[in-house]
Design a protein around this ligand. Structure first.
Ligand code: ADP
Ligand code: ASP
Ligand code: MG
Length: 417
């Protein structure tokens, strides 16, 4: 008998019909002789709707109350899914994050799982039930309800799979697996049969929404067998594993993009040791993640530098810099939001010179200028303006020979994306 964790994302349970389909699939899996633990997200656009609702009442709500609100979405899903399983003659018990033993730190809105005590989940399985666990939520040691960050149900599933020593963790979503890029943007994106943890981790960090980055970290760390597949078809999905077979000659495995990037520039900063440590220390202390940092030229002992943050953090970051002016004086700050970071990822890049040059050429060939660049062993990222994103991704997809005529894609487009 195998223990299988099945995770269903919001679009997979967005309507009563889809909920029914998921319930049938769960029962099938159990009837095949498996112990089945299900992790489920909030239905459809519920999380976005709850956020919109809160913003009407308070544009800047306390993070604790936000978590209290958002966890409701997953709680609706677990109850409805469990009822649906019962309606079809199956046996299921639903659990909130707390009941399933998901313990986290106390950072509201992006909590990290610290420990899992899945006793009740095991007991439910022993009694012949499907255990249905709310994704994306946990409780801190001080008894507060927390959430794991947008898309965090994937992380719940993988972490639970590790804690339960499950044989496999299957992430069911609205596409057939992990593609060479977002199949909603490039119609002939190619489905990958396998991808390595490291490449998937980069893609996820760089914006490929199909898996939450921390879920991939967990899978790598605990060596969880991870499969991404469709909840609408029975097609084979994508295996995420330690070593993935690379097709011959393929240097770039995938293209990811992050559409919510802001650039902040600080001009006329005293060019003395410790300045960067000071500025970025102050930003880190406020929980602001800084991404690409570029120092551009020193004149008369003064330097200019630019860096990127999430668009959501732009104002907060400028506030931190302004309030730090006494420690690090500067002439002025400028900022630009609505930028995009587009990235190419592939383990084969290390040994292939000229990969970045191909990227710059493909982007410039459609008349787009590159604002910032950052590279690592297995990725190159360029920050550009948002407008021509789809054209840029398509051009890169072709430039790295990722196109294919074959395309398997099921599921309705989501308005919110
Ligand atoms: P779920 O609700 O199941 O968690 P998500 O919307 O979080 O689903 O993730 C699935 C979506 O990820 C797909 O619909 C697709 O648009 C997007 N996506 C982005 N990059 C990729 C990629 N490389 N491969 C597959 N899907 C991707
Ligand atoms: N419902 C949460 C979100 O929309 C978590 C998830 O779907 O994974 O981000
Ligand atoms: Mg998701």
């Amino acid at each position: 008998m195998s223990l299988i964790v099945m995770k269903f994302g919001g679009s997979s349970v967005g309507t009563p019909e889809r909920m029914q389909r998921v319930a049938k699939r769960i029962i099938e899996k159990q009837q095949e002789g498996n112990d089945v633990v299900v992790v489920v997200s909030a239905m459809g656009d519920t999380t976005d709707d709850l956020i919109d609702q809160s913003k009407v009442l308070n544009p800047n709500p306390p993070a604790r109350e936000m978590d209290m609100l958002l966890t409701v979405g997953e709680q609706i899903s677990i109850a409805l899914l469990s009822m649906t399983v019962h309606g079809l003659g199956g046996k299921a018990v639903s659990f909130t994050g707390w009941q399933a033993g998901m313990r986290t730190d106390s950072v509201h809105g992006k909590a990290k799982i610290t420990d899992i005590e899945p006793n009740r989940v095991f007991k439910a399985l022993e009694e012949g039930n499907v255990a249905i666990v709310a994704g994306f939520q946990g409780t801190s040691t001080d008894g507060e309800i927390t959430t794991l960050g947008r898309g965090g149900s994937d992380t719940t599933a993988v972490a639970l799979a590790a804690a339960l020593k499950a044989d496999v963790c299957e992430i069911y979503t609205d596409v057939d697996g992990v593609y060479s890029t977002d199949p909603r943007v490039v119609k002939n994106a190619r489905k990958l049969d396998e991808i390595s943890y490291d490449e998937m981790l980069e893609l996820a960090h760089l914006g490929a929404a199909v898996l939450h980055p921390r879920a991939v970290e967990y899978a790598k760390h605990y060596n969880v067998r991870l499969v991404v597949r469709s909840s609408f078809t029975y097609n084979d999905g994508t295996s995420v594993k330690e070593e993935a077979i690379m097709e011959q000659g393929v240097v770039v495995r995938g293209i990811a993009f992050d559409k919510n990037v802001a650039r902040i520039s600080i001009m006329g900063v005293e060019d003395v040791p410790g300045v960067l440590a000071n500025v970025f220390g102050a930003l880190a202390a406020e929980g602001i993640d800084v991404d690409i940092i570029v120092q551009s030229g020193v004149a008369d002992g003064k330097a200019d530098f630019s860096f990127t943050v999430s668009g959501d953090d732009r104002e907060k970051a400028i506030g931190v810099i302004e309030s730090n002016r006494g420690v690090v004086p500067f002439r002025e700050t400028t900022s630009e939001s609505g930028l995009v970071k587009v990235s190419i990822v592939g383990a084969g890049m290390v040994s292939n010179p000229g990969v970045a040059a191909t990227m710059f050429k493909a982007i410039s060939s459609i008349g787009v200028s590159i604002k910032m660049v950052s590279t690592s062993e297995i990725k190159v990222s360029c920050v550009i303006s948002a407008e021509p994103l789809a054209d840029v991704v398509r051009a890169l997809h072709t430039a790295y020979d990722l196109d294919t005529a074959e395309q398997v894609y099921v599921g309705g487009p989501s308005e919110r994306r």
